[in-house]
Design a protein around this ligand. Structure first.
Ligand code: KG4
Ligand code: ZN
Length: 347
């Protein structure tokens, strides 16, 4: 069975072709990041216009690379939310048009749940239940993956997503966008204790996160230091290390608590922030101590990509989900929407 996946929730236009839901024949990704960089963040209008211009070239490239034609497609899966509405509509409308004209089923996929499910493409033998930590520019979630249609939200952020906090801290320190990779680079080899930032919600039993407070603490610390002159490179590096350590402490500790509480032995990490070298190092060490398997899929599957959308769409289809052509997109991650997107009743 050939599944075509379409992802356009933010600044990546991606089209993938999968065989039987697990074998990636192609996974073409175009990023409009460079067009957003002068503005220090993703500009929704620029993103949706870029999707309009690049979706068909990406589709042609994905079909060519996979050596299939449109007539070979058996199923179309597309991101229906959460994300930038204008961007989602471009991909979802294209998916509807393709499904209608090819007379094949359409499946709407929740982008965040697909980030968690992406691990299956890397580890096809992954067994449920498993814990997923999804950390990206837009989301921070702990999910109990009980099955394809049973993804339970155990905790989520009450304010900023973790990647958003990395990007905002980078902005405060005058670093480029996206800030995560820069903070990661500057923090390498630095003393993590020179600048201490509190660990939000760590003392509470809840599995929820909060990152806007750390970002504000970094802002005040930078302001305090700047009274004596511009921030030195050494101070920037130290702040990056202190901030990153605080974030890692929270992500690792909450993941461990969720694993223990729900007696889970497998942890998968997905989303762009899973590229963070300190998070990988700390999470792998903690999982080893705990006797838990930590799975970090390759970055091509962690960052926004259509292979994860096709894989999860195919799994939902196999579980009996069916969607209609009036399928509506949604901008925010809402537990009830994600639940109905993942149920086999469809829309
Ligand atoms: O999943 P993603 O590619 O896009 C979505 O947000 O869906 O994640 C992008 C986020 C950005 O906030 C970026 O700063 C962050 O991932 N990121 C990192 C690293 N690489 C990317 N954050 C921390 N350390 C990194 N090495
Ligand atoms: Zn994403």
């Amino acid at each position: 069975m050939i599944t075509l996946g379409i992802e356009t929730s933010c600044d990546e236009t991606s089209v993938a072709v999968l065989k039987d839901g697990k074998r990636i024949l192609s996974n073409v990704v175009y990023s409009s990041l460079k067009e957003h960089q002068p503005y220090g963040g993703v500009v929704p209008e620029i993103a949706s216009r870029s999707h309009l211009e690049t979706l068909l070239p990406c589709l042609r490239a994905a079909l060519k690379k996979a050596r299939v034609s449109l007539e070979d497609i058996d199923l179309v899966a597309a991101t229906m939310g959460p994300g930038l509405m204008g961007s989602i509509l471009v991909g979802l409308s294209a998916a509807k048009a393709l499904a209608f004209s090819l007379r094949v089923p359409l499946i709407g996929v929740d982008h965040v749940l697909a980030h968690a499910y992406a691990a299956v493409l890397y580890e096809p033998k992954l067994r449920f239940p498993a814990l997923a930590l999804v950390v990206s520019g837009g989301h921070t979630l702990l999910l109990k993956m009980e099955g394809v249609t049973r993804m339970k939200v155990l905790g989520s952020t009450r304010d900023d997503a973790v990647g958003e906090a990395f990007d905002k801290v980078a902005k405060i320190l005058g670093l480029g966008y996206p800030g995560g990779p820069e903070v990661d680079r500057l923090a390498k080899g630095q003393d993590t204790k020179r600048f201490y930032f509190s660990r939000p919600l760590l003392s509470q039993d809840s599995l929820d996160f909060s990152f806007s407070g750390i970002k504000t603490a970094v802002f005040y610390e930078a302001q305090r230091l700047q009274k004596a002159g511009p921030l030195s490179a050494r101070a920037k590096k130290g702040i990056c290390a202190g901030f990153q350590e605080s974030v890692c402490d929270v992500l690792v500790e909450k993941s461990l608590r969720a694993l223990r509480k729900h007696r889970l032995k497998t942890l998968v990490v997905g989303g762009g922030v899973s590229a963070n070298s300190r998070l990988r190092q700390r999470m792998e060490a903690a999982a080893k101590r705990e006797g838990v398997r930590a799975i970090f899929p390759p970055m091509s599957l962690c960052q926004d990509n259509a292979a994860m959308i096709a894989a999860y769409g195919h799994a939902l289809y196999k579980a009996g989900k069916r969607d209609k052509l009036d399928l509506a997109g949604y901008p925010d991650f809402v537990v009830s929407k994600a639940r109905s997107a993942a149920s086999n009743h469809g829309n």
